[in-house]
Design a binder for this molecule. Structure first.
Ligand SMILES: *[C@@H]1O[C@H](CO)[C@@H](O)[C@H](O)[C@H]1NC(C)=O
Ligand SMILES: *[C@@H]1O[C@H](CO)[C@@H](O)[C@H](O)[C@H]1NC(C)=O
Ligand SMILES: *[C@@H]1O[C@H](CO)[C@@H](O)[C@H](O)[C@H]1NC(C)=O
Ligand SMILES: *[C@@H]1O[C@H](CO)[C@@H](O)[C@H](O)[C@H]1NC(C)=O
Length: 360
């Protein structure tokens, strides 16, 4: 949800544009925004860039029809045309094609990390496995990890599916459900995650959803959880009074017909949020009654509101970061999660933090 905050910043800076000063600030912000977004779109492993890398529609064959054309509309300059049923397809009729039903019990997990990732994004999975994903024990607390995928929509989906089966055979850390993996289906992915956790992971204390372009400090995460409530707990970077974006060009546009209020209820930004396991059953139940929106973290906020459960702010506002934090051993030794600009950064920062020597 990087641009979420950026767009909000821009909207706010428009208000004072009468003076030269705010005009200059606006231009600087705009330049920063452009400098920041363009490389991020190429390097980041979040969803939109993936989608943007799909071949142009003219190259797409029949097998990759609908979802690609719907999805690519989001990256063009034209206002976004909602996919047909608009509201996300969420009847809970999805099935797992690749599953690890024993994972939680076998490992007696304290916190289960779930990383939604595009099927084709092998690079992100490799990077995570070789860095923070390899940290499986903090004190006596067991940390486990699973990547969550939908069905590939790219042209070479058959080959990709074969590769995924082999990858799963090798690492046993993939979950794959049978919905089309696309940006506008991320809410489905999140609910499928909650369903899986409530069915297979009740004995774990916590779970965390982590985006694949995140640097995670596993030790600090576990330490936070050791002193966190064991029930009705959800935390992360909590957005409060966030405005609904009504500009059709916005990545997070929602028309009034779908969501009428001007503001969202509090929600934890999708970069990484943690929750106690007891919430999974409640959220899955709530999801049956809350009108789905495609913005997955907002949707969870709506479900939390439906349940009447407040989100918990982390003890320190610098623990979760939606904008990439420049590397600094001291800073990284204290945070829990931050967006990174590239996988290379993610790996380098983690390696540096493992080297001996003082942090600060
Ligand atoms: C693939 O797409 C191209 C361009 O639309 C088209 O010319 C070609 O016939 C398609 N091939 C198949 C097998 O549909
Ligand atoms: C795309 O077209 C194929 C063949 O016509 C069809 O089987 C498939 O369901 C379509 N894809 C989607 C997402 O509807
Ligand atoms: C879950 O925890 C309970 C209590 O600690 C234990 O009795 C039970 O065997 C555990 N279940 C599984 C599947 O590990
Ligand atoms: C979302 O997944 C469902 C189930 O596979 C599919 O019918 C729908 O076309 C997908 N939507 C998008 C936008 O990919």
């Amino acid at each position: 949800m990087k641009q979420d905050s950026e767009e909000r910043c821009q909207v706010q800076s428009n208000g004072g544009s009468r003076t030269l000063r705010s005009f200059v600030i606006f231009i600087i912000l705009l330049i920063l925004f452009l400098c920041y977004c363009i490389p991020t779109y190429e390097n980041s492993e979040s969803w939109m860039p993936k989608v943007g890398k799909f071949p142009p529609e003219t190259l797409i064959n029949k097998t990759t029809n609908i979802s690609l054309t719907t999805v690519s509309a989001g990256t063009s300059a034209k206002p976004w045309k909602p996919p047909e049923p608009y509201y996300v397809a969420y009847p809970n009729r999805y099935n797992f094609i690749i599953n690890e039903p024993q994972k939680c019990q076998k490992e007696n997990v304290f916190v289960m990390l779930i990383i939604p990732v595009a099927p084709s994004n092998t690079a992100a999975r490799e990077a995570i496995r070789s860095t923070w994903g390899s940290e499986r024990l903090v004190g006596d607390k067991i940390v486990s990890l699973l990547f969550l995928l939908g069905l590939p929509t790219s042209q070479d989906s058959e080959k990709l599916q074969e590769d995924l089966l082999q990858e799963s055979e090798k690492y046993h850390d993939l979950l794959q459900s049978d919905f089309w993996d696309s940006y506008y289906n991320l809410t489905i992915k999140t609910i499928v995650m909650l369903e899986w956790l409530s069915a297979n992971c009740q004995n774990a204390s916590y779970a965390m959803k982590v985006d694949s372009d995140i640097f995670l400090n596993v030790k600090n995460l576990v330490n936070l959880l050791l002193s966190s409530p064991k029930q009705n707990y959800m935390s992360g970077l909590v957005a409060r009074r966030a405005m609904v974006l009504r500009n059709p060009h916005s990545k997070w546009y929602l028309p009034q017909t779908v969501y009428a209020p001007a503001q969202y209820p509090p929600y934890a930004l999708g970069l990484g949020y943690v929750f106690s396991l007891d919430l999974t059953v409640k959220l899955v139940e709530a999801a049956q009654h809350v009108k789905p929106v495609y913005i997955e973290d907002v949707f969870l906020g709506l479900c939390m509101k439906h349940l009447g459960i407040d989100l918990t702010d982390p003890p320190d506002g610098s623990l979760f970061n939606v904008f990439p934090v420049d590397y600094n051993r001291c800073r990284y030794s204290k945070l829990i999660a931050t967006t990174t600009r590239s996988l290379t950064n993610q790996v380098e920062f983690w390696r540096n933090l493992q080297t001996p020597g003082p942090y600060c």
